[in-house]
Design a protein. Structure first.
Length: 531
């Protein structure tokens, strides 16, 4: 069964929902999400949304902090757009009903996080992402022009390859999607396709991301011929809860913003030895510092101490963190929190211009799946939610209704071909390879890297890649198999990108090239040779 729509949005985080909301006035929007609509990285974002609100602040200051965190790799035009267009869109979110924290005067209550020199973080306590997500989801579900398809997974973007035509020039006709409830794969033909599928934290063993973060969008875009940029820059959140039952639970950077102190297990603070901003240093520096302290001591974690802070303030400002830690037997008002770095945010992605356009005609990308150039070599805290709304808004502004039409040849898109595929009982291959990918990436392609480790990872990943492709080509498609296929693709992209960068910069630290040797911006670019 073929389905047609004006706009196909893949992903239901803030980026996808805000894009759908903005596009609905121009036509029919079909939003597909592989779980429930509220399941996304956004829903796990405890931190806030950065924006210049205070009269004491200004866009140039926000821009400076963004560029410094980005280690010389930010696209200055994209970063300037972010800081200048962001405030109005934060106000729009407030008008839509997002319950941001307000001060006694009824103004937005602003906080500070690592890398920021001004109070400019807008919070909804420690559930900011969840509150934005729920507000936008309610808005989207009430809009008659938006259809939300839950439990639908993108299999592949539809390109001339699927029509038996020349692959250049590249154009996107829509996507083949798997209906996980019945196992059927359907083509959705669309005038414009917007990738908003989030990140790929589950390429590593330890991650703050939910289970859905398996790099689906970036892998599909790569296979379609999209240019992929700066995949070596994978941000590790410095403070993920270290507890066997604390899966995917991060301790927000705002905790350090309120005065939390990182300490060794003997109770001594250590961040003053690594950066002038101490516990409020940029995330890459904090993550490497913790990694170094753990390696020196042999400990499996460090402490984040909040016991010196007012207990009532902690419970008021961080109710979710307080309650969650308490459920694990940790009272953060009386005892320090054991923390460890965990894969958190993909700073590279599908290369776009400042309007969200990719090198593939009719294909846009927004949010974590996109590389707009805003983050460069390291994302500044709380810029991610802002990036989602700013560039979703720009995508909607870029699309002109009078030029909205199906690309030539769309009527020739075939149904999904199941020939030659069969069921198999070898599902152990999926689980085994998945574990091996995560272990290899964590051991060899983590916070600190070397050419020896990367080459070792590349050899092993090449073998897994071949196994997965062979298995995929002779097996009935399932959600788990698609995730494995996408994760091994992402792992391969990260490894290849890391090998290309002969320096240490931002989130990429190599023991073979410990210094930043490049005087100016130099992006790592990869594009599939299959196009």
């Amino acid at each position: 069964m073929k389905k047609t729509t004006d706009f196909l949005v893949i992903g239901s985080g803030v980026a996808g929902l805000f894009t759908a909301y903005k596009l609905a006035g121009m036509g029919k929007v079909t939003l597909v999400t592989k779980r429930k609509g509220k399941d996304s990285n956004t829903n796990y974002a405890q931190g806030g949304i950065a924006s210049v609100i205070s009269e004491k602040d200004d866009p140039e200051s926000h821009l400076k902090d963004t560029l410094e965190a980005g280690a010389g790799l930010c696209d200055i035009q994209a970063a300037r757009i972010l800081v200048e267009e962001g405030p109005a869109l934060v106000q729009e979110l407030l008008n839509l009903g997002v319950p941001f924290n307000l001060d006694k005067e009824g103004k937005l209550d602003l906080g500070r996080e690592g890398g920021h020199r001004m109070d400019r973080i807008v919070h909804a306590h420690d559930r900011t992402g969840k509150e934005i997500e729920e507000t936008l989801l309610n808005v989207v579900l009430k809009n008659p022009n938006i259809e939300v398809l839950e439990y639908f997974t993108c299999v592949d973007l539809i390109t001339p390859h699927h029509l038996g035509k020349k692959k250049v020039p590249l154009v996107c006709y829509g996507a083949y999607v798997l209906d996980e409830k019945n196992g059927e794969i359907h083509p959705i033909i669309s005038k414009k396709v917007i990738l908003a599928s989030g990140g790929a934290g589950h390429v590593y063993l330890h991650t703050t991301n939910p289970d859905i973060a398996t790099g689906d969008g970036i892998a599909c875009a790569y296979r379609a011929g999209a240019i992929i940029r700066n995949m070596e820059f994978f941000q590790f959140h410095p403070t993920s809860l270290y507890h066997e039952d604390g899966k995917s639970f991060l301790i927000s950077e705002a905790v350090r913003g309120k005065g939390g102190i990182l300490k060794r297990l003997d109770g001594t603070a250590f961040m003053q030895h690594y950066h002038e901003m101490k516990d409020l240093a940029p995330r890459d520096i904090v993550a490497r510092a913790i990694d170094n302290e753990m390696k020196k001591s042999g400990a499996g974690y460090v402490y984040l101490d909040t016991t010196h802070l007012d207990p009532q303030d902690i419970q008021k400002d961080f109710p979710f963190i307080y309650e969650k830690c308490l459920s694990f037997g940790i009272d953060i008002t009386k005892e320090p929190i054991p923390v460890v770095p965990a894969a958190h945010y993909m700073c590279g992605g599908v290369s776009t211009d400042v309007w969200g356009r990719t090198n593939i005609e009719n294909l846009y990308a927004v949010g974590e799946v996109a590389s707009t150039g805003v983050h460069g070599g390291n994302r500044l805290a709380s810029n991610s939610l802002l990036e989602c709304v700013v560039f979703a808004d720009r995508i909607a502004r870029d699309i002109r209704p009078e030029r909205l039409e199906y690309p030539p040849g769309a009527e020739d898109v075939p149904l999904w071909n199941k020939e030659g595929m069969k069921n198999t009982e070898e599902w152990v291959l999926v689980s085994h390879n998945l574990k091996e990918i995560k272990q290899i990436m964590s051991d060899y392609v983590g916070i600190v890297r070397s050419d020896l480790r990367l080459q070792r990872a590349k050899r092993r990943m090449n073998l897994i890649y071949e196994e997965v492709v062979d298995y995929y080509n002779r097996t009935v498609v399932s959600g788990k198999l698609l995730e494995l296929r996408n994760l091994v693709t992402v792992a391969d992209l990260v490894i290849r990108s890391a090998l290309l960068r002969k320096e240490s910069r931002g989130l990429h630290f190599s023991t073979d090239y410990p210094e930043n040797r490049e005087p100016s911006r130099n992006d790592t670019i990869i594009q599939s040779t299959a196009i």
